[in-house]
Write a protein that binds this ligand. Structure first.
Ligand SMILES: [Fe+2]
Length: 159
């Protein structure tokens, strides 16, 4: 990717590596916001309202994470790729395969599986970013903290 400018103190090769890592995280954050809404609309069962309403604040958080990641890419001189096509092209994780109306338990299990890779991939990105740019690493560190907390919320319904 061609960078329009460089942040002082970062060279072009390093900046390109950072942007590539952040772009991968941006796409997964965008997909997470979509599948959480999909679950919000399709959960069923006696605890419908609890799970339905639990999902919306996390959707707002994950959308905001995508915004922060995209704006960090722009700050580094890159272009944030945010179209559905970009999500699919950048995908290095397994998507949510549950569709239709299903119990809250089924959806929470499926979302938990997605979050396993979401969290692990964020942690891998943090390790790589630590060597390249601690500021970008700090942004993803803040993000994964919220994801781990939300996975605890989901697991608390399942155990
Ligand atoms: Fe809604």
């Amino acid at each position: 990717m061609e960078l329009k400018f460089l942040v002082p103190g970062l060279d072009e090769i390093t900046s390109e590596k950072i942007v590539a890592i952040l772009q991968n995280r941006l796409s997964q954050e965008q997909e997470a916001s979509l599948i959480l809404k999909h679950a919000h609309w399709n959960v069923t069962g006696p605890d419908f309202i609890a799970v339905h309403e639990m999902l919306d604040p996390q959707i707002d958080i994950v959308r905001n994470q995508a915004d922060e990641t995209a704006e960090r890419i722009a700050t580094l001189g890159g272009s944030a790729e945010g179209r559905p096509d970009d999500i699919m092209r950048n995908r290095t994780w397994k998507g949510l395969d549950l569709t239709g109306r299903h119990s809250t338990i089924d959806y929470l299990k499926a979302l938990c599986n997605f979050y396993d890779s979401f969290i692990a991939d964020d942690r891998k990105a943090i390790k790589e970013l630590d060597e390249l740019d601690v500021i970008s690493s700090n942004i993803i560190q803040d993000h994964v903290q919220d994801l781990e907390k939300f996975q605890w919320f989901m697991r608390s319904h399942l155990i």
